[in-house]
Design a protein around this ligand. Structure first.
Ligand SMILES: Nc1nc2c(ncn2[C@@H]2O[C@H](COP(=O)(O)OP(=O)(O)O)[C@@H](O)[C@H]2O)c(=O)[nH]1
Ligand SMILES: [Mg+2]
Length: 247
């Protein structure tokens, strides 16, 4: 099963989104680090076509596609050097197939923290890129030495060098336009930013009409990421409330 990891600053709405997707009972609370250990749940992927086929063929049982959703816990500035839940947090992200950034764009005086999604995005991206830079730097030194004796290490060393150059500019790898063969050579390192990203912009309940505008604001930030990044806006609070109502 594919695994999605929810990543973002404290109070962005990750646990609320987790609950909306999985019907789970994660604690969603207006203070940082309410989520200490990852919550793991399963979300069904609705597909009307499947429902209709199932009726047509009188299926006894209909099995929808499922994805696993992991609510990882809040990331803070300095996570890559061990701040907040730090490295433990980052280790949890390594195990997911795709990352879902949750960026807060709702205003609420009772919920601490910034409500500017661009500020959220900057911090999250920098922390992930720095963590990757550290991994790549260590490994690059080793492979450079090894490549002198073993020509089969040359390609890997070159891939690491490309990643190193981009990351040291603060560029997450999903924005770096890496060729497929480079991505593949880097795959064994489980880098945080060498994967696809879905960005959820969490818009306030009184602000629903601004969703297209907020989506565009964030999409424009990713104009160099090609199809590695997809942006959607929603009001997570309302989605979570709607999910709690019976069918
Ligand atoms: N007003 C408002 N509050 C929200 C929204 N989404 C989340 N919250 C609240 O913000 C707080 C933090 O949400 P939570 O899901 O725990 O964030 P997490 O730290 O990223 O897991 C909770 O009190 C939520 O009820 C929203 O769209 N509007
Ligand atoms: Mg949480």
């Amino acid at each position: 099963m594919e695994r999605f990891g929810l990543v973002g600053l404290p109070n962005a709405g990750k646990s609320s989104l987790y609950n909306a997707l999985t019907g789970g009972g994660a604690l969603a609370a207006p203070y940082p680090f309410a989520t200490k250990d990852p919550n793991i749940g399963v979300a069904m992927v609705p597909d009307e076509r499947l429902d209709r086929l199932s009726v047509m063929s009188k299926s006894k049982k209909t099995v929808h596609a499922q994805v696993e959703v992991v609510d990882i816990g809040g990331l803070v500035e300095g996570a890559s050097t061990g701040e907040g839940l730090g490295n433990k947090f980052l280790a949890n992200i390594r195990e997911v197939d795709a990352i879902v950034f949750v960026l807060r764009a709702f205003e609420d005086d009772d919920v601490v923290g910034p409500s500017d999604p661009i500020e959220h995005l900057r911090i999250v991206e920098i922390e992930l890129a720095l963590a990757d830079l550290e991994t790549v730097e260590k490994r690059l030194k080793q492979t450079q030495r090894a490549a002198k004796l073993d020509k089969s290490m040359v390609a890997e060393t070159e891939a690491l060098q490309i990643a190193y150059d981009q990351l040291s500019e603060g560029l997450p790898l999903y924005r770096a336009g890496l060729k497929d063969d480079v991505k593949e050579l880097l795959a064994p390192y489980f880098l945080l930013t060498n994967r696809r990203v879905l960005v959820v912009v969490n818009v306030g309940e009184d602000d629903i009409e601004s969703i297209p505008e907020k989506e565009k604001l964030i999409s424009d930030e990713f104009n160099n990421a090609g199809d590695n990044v997809e942006v959607i806006g929603m009001c997570i609070q309302m989605e979570a409330e709607a999910a709690a109502i019976e069918d």
